[in-house]
Design a protein around this ligand. Structure first.
Ligand code: SF4
Length: 304
């Protein structure tokens, strides 16, 4: 067993054990008291958020979720640790069972996930998100899955069986060099586009419902002029595109905002941020993709 890297981080919930290292990530295992959290703010259209993990290996420079780290050291090391909720399937089953008893005619509206990626690399080993899909299938929720990971294609067999599912694939830029600056640990842009194509092709329409597919360009990062037209063409794979600007910066603990790390990287792209690039890019999406729904911010994150 490896010594814990972040002593005293779990004041409320005891750490069962430090499971292991996965790549460069310190992986912890905990029993969660609950899985479903009342959805508020940006995703208040849902009943619950569902986060199988706490922390995220992708460690994107702009991630607002870092603000909800257990302590300041872990906030600084966002991307370097993950807490695996080892009893997640069992707890979710109880919670959904309770919901079904009190809301027999109302499927729960669930947003997975708001502060982690349910298909981060560890999922390929742990299959925790897969186990939660298996539970959810019994309760027929209205489900939105938010990810930037091609690992989601592993679960096409389950995704096929949901009757109300939207998949949001996050692709904030069309330029690999920009992606590497802002989110160097994340999958390539092409891998994400391939994943969306694979879901579209892999789902058998004769078996029932086909998931709705969004590409979320949130936050909108710069795309180099040489890549822009080709990138937008490739987005024709989905039925909705969501764009949004950066969250307001914040250094305060428990205040969700763009991290300073991203603010520093933005300086490198002053040519983009000094122009009204957001509005220009939005207009280009509308012109180039007339048959695709273009939505902004909160409105784009709804299921419908
Ligand atoms: S993948 Fe999502 S949750 Fe994970 S670090 Fe990036 S923005 Fe945050």
């Amino acid at each position: 067993m490896v010594k814990a890297q972040y002593e005293g981080y779990s004041a409320d919930v005891p750490v069962k054990y430090l499971r292991e290292q996965f790549g460069n990530t310190n992986v912890y295992a905990q029993n969660a008291k609950s899985l479903l959290t009342k959805a508020t703010g940006f995703i208040s259209a849902y009943d619950f958020t569902l986060n199988p993990y706490r922390g995220c290996q992708y460690g994107c420079s702009y991630c607002y979720a870092a603000a909800f780290s257990p302590n300041s050291k872990m906030r600084q090391d966002w991307g370097g640790w993950v807490i695996f909720k080892q009893n997640a399937a069992e707890v979710l089953e109880k919670e959904l069972n309770q919901w079904a008893k009190t809301h027999p005619d109302q499927p729960p509206r669930i947003y997975m996930s708001s502060v982690t990626d349910p298909y981060q690399p560890l999922e390929s080993q742990q299959q925790l998100t897969r186990s939660l899909l298996e539970v959810m299938l019994r309760y027929r929720p209205i489900l939105v899955i938010q990810t930037r990971s091609p690992i989601i294609t592993r679960d096409i067999d389950y995704l096929q069986r949901f009757k109300h599912l939207r998949i949001n694939m996050s692709i904030p830029t069309g330029s690999e060099s920009v992606r590497k600056d802002f989110e160097p640990r994340s999958p390539s842009i092409q891998a994400r586009l391939n994943a969306v194509a694979k879901i579209r092709q892999g789902i058998d329409s004769s078996k029932g419902f086909i998931p709705k597919l969004s590409i979320t360009i949130t936050p909108l990062l710069p795309t180099l002029p040489k890549d822009e037209t080709a990138f937008i063409d490739k987005l024709a794979l989905c039925d909705r595109i969501v764009i949004q600007d950066f969250h307001i910066s914040s250094n305060r603990s428990l205040m969700a905002g763009t991290r300073q790390e991203a603010e520093a990287i933005k300086q490198k792209y002053a040519w983009w941020y000094e122009q009204p690039s957001y509005e220009r890019f939005k207009q280009k999406l509308i012109t180039q993709l007339p048959n695709i729904e273009i939505k902004e911010g909160k409105e784009g994150f709804g299921y419908e």
